[in-house]
Design a protein around this ligand. Structure first.
Ligand code: NAP
Length: 355
């Protein structure tokens, strides 16, 4: 039996789900591959659960229950306060799993890779920082990041498989925000944008400040990661995202923004009517070609795979030299804690099998 040590950064919604799934499949993985996944440490924004030895399932479950109830890892019996999670890495190789949403992890993750550790990311930020950081993390194949675009859907691996087998990118077109997909469906059903955004906010589909979704920045990060996976050495500024609101609504408070949503109803109703008159469907689309990328609302023709999307599902359409006439399409739920954690776990297992 070979022990594979795991250090997990982030125990929020996805992170706690991952802990439960990983501990749940350990026995099956040991029987199937002779591998035993062992948590060496778990970290949150202020502390860690770590003793220098593999943590017992009982200790971990108790700490996760405390986290779910609003506690902190530092306050757990085997917990302690730490400045940064990189002090938790052992001398020998381990798998570092970043399921936080924190910025600034690219440098410590690159140091971990240089020291021989492997990395699995659900956090998009380390891969959408500077191009040099992306290269440092991914060049040697030490880092897997399937869930950073399309959550549990096989998007990154599909693209890598195409490229590794000699195919060449012509165009990726993708709807990769469940929240913005929901809004497009509501608009097409005749709802004013203000009502659609308020409903999405009430249902918890948006971030606490809906502008974090409506800015398109998250979609731009995902598009950048796909472009970089194709070897395109772009920065985030090379992937302009069209926001759903004008600049004057960017600086106001969240409450004022929510109160002024009606100002957006007429322009959006006009765009819906215009696309309908063309027989097209309005979608928030990321397009990546070797020449450039753009992210914004587009009227897609009825025969395009993206036009058939309804609601929050994601769709990725890969047009390549081989898939020239009919694109290769990956479609399905592109968010959710369970499917995202399962995608991260699949990356961890694939990594462990290589170690
Ligand atoms: N939810 C989805 O459907 C989905 C899909 C694809 C990808 N993702 C990505 O998965 C990641 C996790 O999402 P989530 O919904 O689980 O987020 P979340 O609930 O906000 O949890 C984030 C976790 O990261 C911890 N954290 C923040 N800064 C940290 C730092 N500097 N060092 C160590 N830990 C830190 C937080 O600590 P505290 O507990 O102390 O606050 C928390 O435990 C995000 O990057 C997200 O974009 C999510």
């Amino acid at each position: 039996m070979k022990n594979i040590f795991v250090v997990q950064v982030g125990v929020g919604g996805v992170g706690r789900e991952l802990v439960g799934q990983l501990l749940g499949v350990r026995g099956a993985l040991a029987a199937r591959y002779g591998l035993r996944l062992e948590y060496l440490a778990l970290a949150d924004s202020a502390g860690a659960l770590a003793s220098g030895f593999p943590l017992s399932a009982e200790t971990i479950h108790a700490a996760m229950r405390a986290k779910a109830a609003g506690g902190s890892l530092a306050a757990s019996p085997e917990g302690r306060a730490i400045q940064s999670w990189d002090v938790l890495l052992p001398d020998g190789p381990c798998v570092v799993v970043d399921v936080s949403a924190a910025a600034g992890h690219e440098a410590p993750l690159a140091r971990a890779v240089a020291a021989g550790h492997r990395v699995v990311l659900a956090n998009k930020k380390p891969l959408s920082a500077a191009w040099a950081d992306f290269v440092a993390l991914t060049r040697t194949g030490a880092t897997r990041y399937e869930t950073t675009a399309g959550a549990g859907l096989p998007v990154v691996s599909t693209l890598q498989g195409l490229l590794d087998s000699g195919d060449a990118l012509v165009r990726v077109e993708a709807a990769m925000s469940g929240t913005l997909g929901y809004l497009c469906a509501e608009l097409e059903a005749g709802a004013p944008l203000s009502a659609a955004v308020r409903a999405a906010h009430r249902l918890g589909y948006t971030e606490p400040d809906p502008r974090d979704d409506l800015s398109g920045a998250d979609v731009a990060r995902k598009a950048l990661i796909l472009a970089r996976t194709c070897g395109l050495p772009w920065e985030l500024g090379d992937v302009p995202a069209e926001p759903w609101f004008p600049p004057e609504l960017a600086a106001v408070s969240r409450d004022e923004f929510m109160g002024r949503l009606e100002e957006l109803d007429a322009p959006f109703a006009a765009r819906v009517a215009e696309s309908r008159a063309q027989g097209a469907a309005l979608r928030y689309v990321a397009t990546v070609t070797p020449e450039g990328a753009r992210v914004g609302l587009r009227a897609v023709p009825a025969e395009h795979p993206l036009a058939s999307l309804r609601g929050p599902d994601n769709l990725f359409s890969f047009t390549t030299t081989r898939y020239a006439e009919q694109p290769l399409v990956v479609r399905g739920p592109g968010a959710g804690q369970a499917v995202t954690a399962a995608g991260v776990l699949a990356d961890v297992v694939a990594t462990a099998r290589e170690m």
